[in-house]
Design a protein around this ligand. Sequence first.
Ligand code: SAH
Length: 362
Amino acid sequence: MSPLKTRLITRIKAEGPMSVASFMAASLFDATHGFYPTRDPLGADGDFITAPEISQMFGEMIGLWCVQSWRDMGRPSPFHLIELGPGRGIMMLDMLRAANVDPAFIRAARVTLIEASPALEAVQGQTLAASPCPISWAGSLAQAPEGPCLIIGNEFLDCLPIRQFIRKREEWHERVVAIDPEDETALIFAVSPTPETLEDFTIFSDASEGDLVEICPGLAQITDTLAERFTEHAGRALFIDYGPADSEVGDTLQALKAHTKVDPLDEPGEADLTARVDFSALIASAYSNGVLPFGTQTQGTFLTSLGIEARAARLASGVSEDAKAKLARQLHRLTHAEQMGELFKAVCLQSQGLALPAGFET
Ligand code: SAH
């Protein structure tokens, strides 16, 4: 049994069943036995792979998007380039290399990385050791330095803990993690007997008996923090992640270990846990906080309108046939509808008074 599972079983015995959000937070971020603090899970040899790890072209397009955004903001100098959940730091490396098309951008940028995992923070430090811009770390977005900013997060929102609720006899009951009454060493999902009344449920007012809905409290925290920052200074945030354009009913909690789906309750701390991002909820929360949302835009359309095809053609000129084929596969994977092109979406949240963000024109 994973060490975290032993500890969670002891905790549930003492305190009773725990919410899916508490289970997810412990599995992902427990300082001693959590998934992220104890390893570097990214890449082909790890547990999952992300767009910046698939191809340098992804980070390069985001870097160019940042340069355009900085110009839209009136070229503030200095400004903060903040990344949420930077993984191995590869995307920031590719972004800064591409952004060098405008050396004034590089001179003005102060990079702040927000990373929950000490293991990944160390990897980011190595990846970005020769960065042309000063790099520092902050504990959260709220603690990032004040000033005009560009904020980026790829596959960050899908790790934010979600709560799950089930419709029973016209009431909502929280889905919880409990100990299997027939096997003390196993965790199971159960349903809390006490009904909940939360405002968030109004969007699911037509749910049917047995429906499961997910609520991610972290999304509203993000738009609250953005609203505070954006009343003082210009800013723009870009989030790219997987999820539907409109809120959907259903269980989307997913665990991945060594690129294979596993049972989320089996080995907490040993598998990555994510849920589809509810972009409609993020956008609604942005509006109600006075932050301007754009999107969702599909990843395929977003990257294509930023010029990823031209970049792929450029990289493919004068290289071997194998290298050409590899670039074509990377481009396909990032942009094609049956790959990441449609399931992954981009959303831009910005302060009042800025131009339409690049990549969101259609
Ligand atoms: N953006 C990277 C990594 C994605 S994995 C890429 O695309 O490759 C998710 C990243 O977010 C990891 O670095 C993880 O440690 C970090 N993370 C998740 N939740 C976090 C939180 N609440 N605060 C800070 N970092 C977080």
